[in-house]
Design a binder for this molecule. Structure first.
Ligand SMILES: [Zn+2]
Length: 314
Protein backbone atom coordinates (compact mmCIF):
# COMPACT_ATOMS: atom_id res chain seq x y z
CA UNK A 1 0.00 0.00 0.00
CA UNK A 2 1.27 3.44 -0.88
CA UNK A 3 0.44 6.32 1.44
CA UNK A 4 -1.31 9.29 -0.03
CA UNK A 5 -2.47 12.50 1.59
CA UNK A 6 -5.83 14.16 1.50
CA UNK A 7 -5.04 17.85 1.95
CA UNK A 8 -7.69 20.39 2.80
CA UNK A 9 -7.09 23.40 0.60
CA UNK A 10 -9.57 26.07 1.56
CA UNK A 11 -7.99 28.96 3.39
CA UNK A 12 -11.04 29.79 5.49
CA UNK A 13 -11.79 26.25 6.53
CA UNK A 14 -8.18 25.71 7.63
CA UNK A 15 -8.41 28.80 9.78
CA UNK A 16 -9.47 28.35 13.35
CA UNK A 17 -9.22 30.39 16.51
CA UNK A 18 -5.63 29.39 17.16
CA UNK A 19 -4.00 30.61 13.96
CA UNK A 20 -4.28 33.03 11.07
CA UNK A 21 -4.67 30.46 8.29
CA UNK A 22 -2.58 29.79 5.18
CA UNK A 23 -2.61 30.89 1.58
CA UNK A 24 -2.83 28.22 -1.06
CA UNK A 25 -2.76 27.76 -4.77
CA UNK A 26 -4.03 24.20 -4.64
CA UNK A 27 -2.97 23.31 -8.20
CA UNK A 28 0.67 24.24 -7.54
CA UNK A 29 1.68 24.15 -3.92
CA UNK A 30 0.60 23.64 -0.34
CA UNK A 31 1.88 25.37 2.77
CA UNK A 32 1.70 24.24 6.35
CA UNK A 33 3.78 24.44 9.49
CA UNK A 34 4.81 22.45 12.53
CA UNK A 35 1.66 23.36 14.46
CA UNK A 36 -0.33 21.01 12.18
CA UNK A 37 -0.74 17.32 13.04
CA UNK A 38 1.24 15.05 10.64
CA UNK A 39 3.39 18.03 9.61
CA UNK A 40 6.65 16.06 9.46
CA UNK A 41 5.31 13.00 7.67
CA UNK A 42 4.92 14.24 4.10
CA UNK A 43 7.79 13.39 1.78
CA UNK A 44 8.89 14.03 -1.77
CA UNK A 45 7.16 11.49 -4.03
CA UNK A 46 4.04 11.21 -1.87
CA UNK A 47 0.75 11.38 -3.71
CA UNK A 48 -1.46 14.28 -2.65
CA UNK A 49 -5.18 14.78 -3.25
CA UNK A 50 -6.42 18.32 -2.71
CA UNK A 51 -10.04 18.93 -1.70
CA UNK A 52 -12.18 21.80 -0.49
CA UNK A 53 -14.60 19.85 1.75
CA UNK A 54 -17.21 19.77 -1.02
CA UNK A 55 -15.21 17.84 -3.60
CA UNK A 56 -11.86 16.76 -4.99
CA UNK A 57 -9.86 19.53 -6.67
CA UNK A 58 -7.17 17.32 -8.16
CA UNK A 59 -4.29 14.92 -7.52
CA UNK A 60 -0.54 15.04 -7.98
CA UNK A 61 2.75 13.87 -6.47
CA UNK A 62 5.14 16.06 -4.50
CA UNK A 63 8.25 17.22 -6.39
CA UNK A 64 9.91 19.28 -3.69
CA UNK A 65 9.42 20.30 -0.07
CA UNK A 66 11.07 23.49 1.12
CA UNK A 67 11.37 24.14 4.83
CA UNK A 68 12.11 27.23 6.83
CA UNK A 69 11.46 28.75 10.19
CA UNK A 70 9.18 31.61 10.91
CA UNK A 71 7.74 33.39 13.92
CA UNK A 72 4.06 32.69 14.13
CA UNK A 73 1.47 34.42 16.24
CA UNK A 74 -0.55 31.88 18.11
CA UNK A 75 -3.77 32.73 19.88
CA UNK A 76 -5.14 31.00 22.93
CA UNK A 77 -7.95 31.12 25.43
CA UNK A 78 -6.91 33.51 28.22
CA UNK A 79 -8.58 31.29 30.80
CA UNK A 80 -7.28 27.78 30.07
CA UNK A 81 -4.52 28.78 27.57
CA UNK A 82 -5.65 26.16 25.00
CA UNK A 83 -5.66 27.17 21.33
CA UNK A 84 -9.00 25.51 20.73
CA UNK A 85 -11.59 28.27 20.52
CA UNK A 86 -14.03 29.69 17.96
CA UNK A 87 -14.42 33.24 16.76
CA UNK A 88 -18.11 34.11 16.57
CA UNK A 89 -19.45 36.46 13.95
CA UNK A 90 -22.77 37.54 15.42
CA UNK A 91 -22.28 37.16 19.18
CA UNK A 92 -20.43 38.94 21.92
CA UNK A 93 -18.04 38.29 23.48
CA UNK A 94 -16.46 37.49 20.13
CA UNK A 95 -14.74 34.23 21.16
CA UNK A 96 -15.78 31.06 22.90
CA UNK A 97 -13.38 28.39 24.16
CA UNK A 98 -14.18 24.83 23.05
CA UNK A 99 -12.27 23.45 26.01
CA UNK A 100 -13.36 25.41 29.09
CA UNK A 101 -16.36 27.17 27.49
CA UNK A 102 -15.16 30.59 28.63
CA UNK A 103 -16.18 33.52 26.43
CA UNK A 104 -13.91 36.48 25.80
CA UNK A 105 -13.34 39.33 23.35
CA UNK A 106 -9.57 39.30 23.13
CA UNK A 107 -7.65 36.02 22.97
CA UNK A 108 -4.22 35.75 24.52
CA UNK A 109 -1.39 35.71 22.00
CA UNK A 110 2.22 34.76 21.87
CA UNK A 111 4.80 34.59 19.09
CA UNK A 112 6.75 31.39 18.72
CA UNK A 113 9.07 29.93 16.08
CA UNK A 114 7.59 27.23 13.86
CA UNK A 115 8.97 25.10 11.04
CA UNK A 116 7.32 26.08 7.77
CA UNK A 117 6.82 23.72 4.84
CA UNK A 118 6.08 24.42 1.19
CA UNK A 119 5.35 21.41 -1.03
CA UNK A 120 5.34 21.91 -4.81
CA UNK A 121 3.54 19.46 -7.10
CA UNK A 122 2.27 21.51 -10.09
CA UNK A 123 4.25 19.51 -12.65
CA UNK A 124 2.11 16.37 -12.49
CA UNK A 125 -1.18 17.99 -11.52
CA UNK A 126 -4.34 16.26 -12.74
CA UNK A 127 -7.65 18.11 -12.38
CA UNK A 128 -10.27 16.24 -10.41
CA UNK A 129 -13.20 18.67 -10.14
CA UNK A 130 -16.55 16.92 -10.35
CA UNK A 131 -15.09 13.43 -9.88
CA UNK A 132 -15.34 12.66 -6.16
CA UNK A 133 -17.45 14.35 -3.51
CA UNK A 134 -16.52 15.19 0.08
CA UNK A 135 -18.26 12.17 1.68
CA UNK A 136 -16.54 9.78 -0.76
CA UNK A 137 -13.16 11.30 0.03
CA UNK A 138 -13.74 11.13 3.79
CA UNK A 139 -14.67 7.46 3.45
CA UNK A 140 -11.38 6.76 1.63
CA UNK A 141 -9.29 8.08 4.53
CA UNK A 142 -7.57 5.74 6.97
CA UNK A 143 -9.65 7.47 9.67
CA UNK A 144 -12.94 8.45 8.01
CA UNK A 145 -13.93 10.58 11.03
CA UNK A 146 -10.72 12.64 10.94
CA UNK A 147 -10.99 16.44 11.12
CA UNK A 148 -7.34 17.04 10.28
CA UNK A 149 -6.30 19.26 7.38
CA UNK A 150 -3.69 16.62 6.38
CA UNK A 151 -5.12 13.08 6.46
CA UNK A 152 -3.67 9.78 5.35
CA UNK A 153 -5.34 7.62 2.76
CA UNK A 154 -4.19 4.80 0.50
CA UNK A 155 -3.21 5.61 -3.06
CA UNK A 156 -4.54 2.27 -4.29
CA UNK A 157 -8.01 3.00 -2.88
CA UNK A 158 -8.01 6.55 -4.19
CA UNK A 159 -6.86 5.42 -7.63
CA UNK A 160 -9.60 2.78 -7.76
CA UNK A 161 -12.20 5.39 -6.88
CA UNK A 162 -10.86 7.78 -9.53
CA UNK A 163 -10.79 5.14 -12.25
CA UNK A 164 -14.28 3.94 -11.29
CA UNK A 165 -15.65 7.34 -12.31
CA UNK A 166 -14.71 6.41 -15.89
CA UNK A 167 -13.90 10.07 -16.50
CA UNK A 168 -10.19 10.07 -15.99
CA UNK A 169 -7.41 8.87 -18.25
CA UNK A 170 -5.75 6.00 -16.38
CA UNK A 171 -2.34 6.91 -17.84
CA UNK A 172 -2.59 10.40 -16.39
CA UNK A 173 -2.91 9.22 -12.81
CA UNK A 174 -1.71 5.65 -12.42
CA UNK A 175 1.95 6.68 -12.75
CA UNK A 176 1.79 9.22 -9.94
CA UNK A 177 2.92 6.81 -7.26
CA UNK A 178 5.55 5.09 -9.40
CA UNK A 179 8.33 7.50 -9.90
CA UNK A 180 11.95 7.73 -9.00
CA UNK A 181 11.48 9.33 -5.61
CA UNK A 182 9.23 6.62 -4.34
CA UNK A 183 10.24 5.95 -0.76
CA UNK A 184 9.58 3.38 1.90
CA UNK A 185 5.98 3.82 2.91
CA UNK A 186 5.33 4.96 6.44
CA UNK A 187 3.05 2.52 8.17
CA UNK A 188 0.71 4.35 10.49
CA UNK A 189 3.50 6.50 11.88
CA UNK A 190 4.17 4.16 14.80
CA UNK A 191 7.83 3.81 13.98
CA UNK A 192 8.34 7.53 14.08
CA UNK A 193 6.37 7.89 17.27
CA UNK A 194 9.05 5.74 18.87
CA UNK A 195 11.74 8.07 17.65
CA UNK A 196 9.83 11.12 18.80
CA UNK A 197 9.71 10.25 22.45
CA UNK A 198 12.92 10.30 24.40
CA UNK A 199 13.48 6.60 24.46
CA UNK A 200 16.71 4.91 25.41
CA UNK A 201 19.59 4.67 23.01
CA UNK A 202 18.83 1.04 22.12
CA UNK A 203 15.22 1.74 21.22
CA UNK A 204 16.22 4.86 19.30
CA UNK A 205 18.69 2.83 17.26
CA UNK A 206 16.14 0.06 16.71
CA UNK A 207 13.65 2.61 15.40
CA UNK A 208 16.24 4.04 13.03
CA UNK A 209 17.13 0.55 11.76
CA UNK A 210 13.44 -0.01 11.16
CA UNK A 211 13.14 3.32 9.36
CA UNK A 212 16.37 3.36 7.37
CA UNK A 213 17.40 -0.28 7.07
CA UNK A 214 20.91 -1.74 7.46
CA UNK A 215 22.47 1.26 5.85
CA UNK A 216 24.96 3.91 6.91
CA UNK A 217 23.66 7.27 5.71
CA UNK A 218 27.18 8.24 4.64
CA UNK A 219 28.76 5.06 3.27
CA UNK A 220 25.84 2.79 2.32
CA UNK A 221 24.89 -0.79 3.23
CA UNK A 222 26.59 -2.11 6.38
CA UNK A 223 25.77 -4.82 8.91
CA UNK A 224 23.69 -3.67 11.87
CA UNK A 225 26.52 -4.48 14.30
CA UNK A 226 28.60 -1.54 13.09
CA UNK A 227 25.73 0.94 12.78
CA UNK A 228 25.13 3.52 15.49
CA UNK A 229 22.35 6.03 16.00
CA UNK A 230 23.55 9.59 15.56
CA UNK A 231 21.35 12.12 17.36
CA UNK A 232 20.92 15.01 14.99
CA UNK A 233 18.61 16.95 17.23
CA UNK A 234 21.27 17.54 19.84
CA UNK A 235 22.65 20.10 17.38
CA UNK A 236 19.49 22.17 17.24
CA UNK A 237 17.55 23.96 19.90
CA UNK A 238 14.18 23.01 18.60
CA UNK A 239 12.50 22.11 21.86
CA UNK A 240 10.51 18.93 21.74
CA UNK A 241 10.46 18.38 17.98
CA UNK A 242 12.53 15.28 17.57
CA UNK A 243 10.78 13.71 14.60
CA UNK A 244 13.28 12.22 12.20
CA UNK A 245 15.96 13.27 14.63
CA UNK A 246 18.56 10.68 13.80
CA UNK A 247 20.64 8.98 11.16
CA UNK A 248 22.33 5.59 11.22
CA UNK A 249 26.06 5.93 10.80
CA UNK A 250 28.90 3.45 10.69
CA UNK A 251 30.80 3.64 13.99
CA UNK A 252 33.91 5.39 12.67
CA UNK A 253 31.91 7.82 10.55
CA UNK A 254 29.68 8.56 13.54
CA UNK A 255 32.76 9.59 15.56
CA UNK A 256 34.05 11.83 12.77
CA UNK A 257 30.57 13.30 12.25
CA UNK A 258 30.17 14.06 15.97
CA UNK A 259 33.54 15.82 15.97
CA UNK A 260 32.49 17.83 12.91
CA UNK A 261 35.24 16.38 10.72
CA UNK A 262 32.52 15.22 8.36
CA UNK A 263 29.49 17.44 7.77
CA UNK A 264 26.80 17.94 5.15
CA UNK A 265 26.83 21.24 3.28
CA UNK A 266 23.28 22.59 3.60
CA UNK A 267 23.62 24.49 0.30
CA UNK A 268 24.44 21.46 -1.79
CA UNK A 269 23.40 18.52 0.40
CA UNK A 270 26.87 17.04 -0.24
CA UNK A 271 29.37 15.62 2.23
CA UNK A 272 32.18 17.90 3.30
CA UNK A 273 35.25 16.30 4.89
CA UNK A 274 37.77 18.42 6.71
CA UNK A 275 41.16 18.76 4.99
CA UNK A 276 42.80 16.87 7.87
CA UNK A 277 41.17 13.73 6.48
CA UNK A 278 42.82 14.08 3.07
CA UNK A 279 45.58 11.74 4.20
CA UNK A 280 43.06 8.93 4.66
CA UNK A 281 41.63 7.84 1.30
CA UNK A 282 38.73 5.92 2.83
CA UNK A 283 37.40 9.19 4.29
CA UNK A 284 38.74 11.70 1.77
CA UNK A 285 36.88 10.01 -1.05
CA UNK A 286 33.58 10.81 0.66
CA UNK A 287 34.08 14.52 0.03
CA UNK A 288 31.48 15.91 -2.40
CA UNK A 289 29.33 12.78 -2.37
CA UNK A 290 25.62 12.86 -1.51
CA UNK A 291 24.19 11.05 1.50
CA UNK A 292 23.01 7.53 0.70
CA UNK A 293 19.85 8.00 2.71
CA UNK A 294 17.01 10.00 1.15
CA UNK A 295 16.81 12.68 3.83
CA UNK A 296 13.62 14.37 4.86
CA UNK A 297 13.18 18.13 5.40
CA UNK A 298 13.67 17.65 9.15
CA UNK A 299 16.98 15.86 8.63
CA UNK A 300 18.06 18.75 6.47
CA UNK A 301 17.27 21.28 9.20
CA UNK A 302 19.28 19.30 11.71
CA UNK A 303 22.14 18.70 9.33
CA UNK A 304 22.25 22.46 8.75
CA UNK A 305 22.39 23.01 12.52
CA UNK A 306 25.28 20.53 12.72
CA UNK A 307 26.99 22.40 9.88
CA UNK A 308 26.51 25.72 11.63
CA UNK A 309 27.99 24.30 14.80
CA UNK A 310 31.12 23.00 13.11
CA UNK A 311 31.55 25.05 9.94
CA UNK A 312 30.03 28.41 10.87
CA UNK A 313 33.25 30.32 10.20
CA UNK A 314 34.55 28.08 7.42
ZN1 LIG B 1 -10.47 27.95 27.68
Amino acid sequence: MTSAWLLLAVGDARQHGGNDGYEDNPREYYRWDSTVPNHARLAVGDVVALWDKRELIGVSAIDTIETGTEDKTRYFCPHCRKADFKRRVRMTPACRCNQCEATFDTPGQRVEPVTTYLARYGRRWVDGRGLLGGPQLRALCDSPGSQLSMRTTSWEKLLDALLATGRLNADAVSGLANQRHRRTPIVGGHRFAKVRTRVGQAAFRAALLDEQGEQCAISGPAPAEVLEAAHLYSYAETGEHHDFGGLLLRRDLHTLFDKGRIAVDPETGLLDTDPGLNAYPVYAELHGKPLVFDVRPEHRLWLAAHWNTHRADA
